[in-house]
Design a protein around this ligand. Structure first.
Ligand SMILES: C[S@@+](CC[C@H](N)C(=O)[O-])C[C@H]1O[C@@H](n2cnc3c(N)ncnc32)[C@H](O)[C@@H]1O
Length: 229
C-alpha cells in the first residue's frame, strides 16, 4: 500500500503483500520494524490506513507511558498500533468485528509474523457478549474507527464501558477530520466522556513518514468525564 511509511517487501499471493514499518531513528538506525500482511482486494481491515500509521507512531513516541500496560485495540484491522504496543512490552488484545473472520485470522498471522503474543478477540461495537467483560485496558487504541457515522454511537458505547472498567484509562484515537466532528462532540457528552488532548496528526510525524501519508488526521485522547458523574 502506498499510504503510511511501509515499504512493500514481498508478495505472498496475487493480492497479498507484506509491508514493513520502522520505528525510532537513532544513530544505529531504527529501533525495530513491524511487518504487516495486507490484502488489496479488501475494502476495510486488511490494509494499513494512514490513521494507523499516525497512531502507531504516537504509541512509539509515548512509549514511557505504555510500559507494561494492558492495551486493547478496537477495529484493529492490520493492527499496527497494537503491534507496536506489544513490541514495547504491553499486554495487548487486538479486536475487530466478530463477524469478520478473515480480518481476525489476519490479525493472528501478523502477531505471529512479528513474534508477538497478542490475544485476538472478536469484539463488535455496541455488542455485550462475553469477550468484552474480561477486558480491563489502561489504553484503548482505535485508528480510523470513526469513519461511518451510523457506527459512532455503538463505538462510543463500547469505549465508555471499557473506560469504566479501569480507573484512569484513556481512549486514544486517530480519525480523518470530516463532517462527523459535531456528532463526535455530541456523543462524548451523551456517553460521559471528554477530550483531554487534540493534536494534528501530522504534528507528531517525522518528515520521512509524513510525506507518505495524506489527509487531515486528528489524534484525540478521550477519558471519562468524572466531573459530570
Ligand atoms: C477503516 S478500517 C481501520 C482499520 C485499522 N484500524 C487501520 O487503521 O488500518 C475500520 C476497522 O473497523 C472495523 N469495524 C467496523 N465496524 C465495526 C464494528 N461494528 N465493530 C468492530 N469493528 C468494526 C473494520 O472491520 C475495520 O477493521
Amino acid at each position: 500500500m502506498a499510504d503510511g511509511d511501509g515499504e512493500p517487501v514481498g508478495r505472498t499471493a496475487s493480492m497479498t503483500t507484506v509491508s514493513r514499518h520502522f520505528f525510532g531513528d537513532g544513530p544505529d538506525g531504527p529501533a525495530f520494524s513491524i511487518s504487516i500482511i495486507e490484502n488489496m482486494k479488501e475494502e476495510y481491515g486488511l490494509f494499513v490506513w494512514p490513521c494507523s500509521v499516525v497512531l502507531a507512531e504516537y504509541v512509539w513516541q509515548q512509549r514511557s507511558r505504555f510500559a507494561g500496560a494492558n492495551v486493547v485495540e478496537l477495529g484493529a484491522g492490520t493492527s499496527l498500533p497494537g503491534l507496536v504496543a506489544a513490541r514495547l512490552g504491553c499486554d495487548v488484545t487486538l479486536t475487530d468485528d466478530a463477524g469478520r473472520l478473515e480480518v481476525l485470522d489476519n490479525m493472528k498471522q501478523v502477531s505471529q509474523l512479528n513474534n508477538l503474543s497478542c490475544k485476538v478477540v472478536g469484539l463488535s461495537w455496541g455488542v455485550w457478549d462475553e469477550s468484552i467483560f474480561s477486558l480491563f485496558p489502561q489504553f484503548i487504541l482505535g485508528a480510523d474507527v470513526l469513519y461511518e457515522t451510523s457506527a459512532f454511537d455503538d463505538l462510543f458505547a463500547t469505549v465508555s464501558f471499557l473506560l469504566q472498567n479501569f480507573p484512569g484509562s484513556v481512549f486514544i484515537t486517530t480519525y480523518h477530520n470530516r463532517s462527523g466532528h459535531h456528532l463526535i462532540e455530541f456523543l462524548m457528552v451523551k456517553w460521559g466522556l471528554k477530550c483531554r488532548k487534540l493534536l494534528d496528526g501530522f504534528s507528531i510525524m517525522p518528515s520521512s513518514k509524513a510525506s507518505k501519508i495524506s489527509g487531515n488526521i486528528q489524534l484525540a485522547e478521550i477519558v471519562l468525564n468524572v466531573d459530570k458523574a
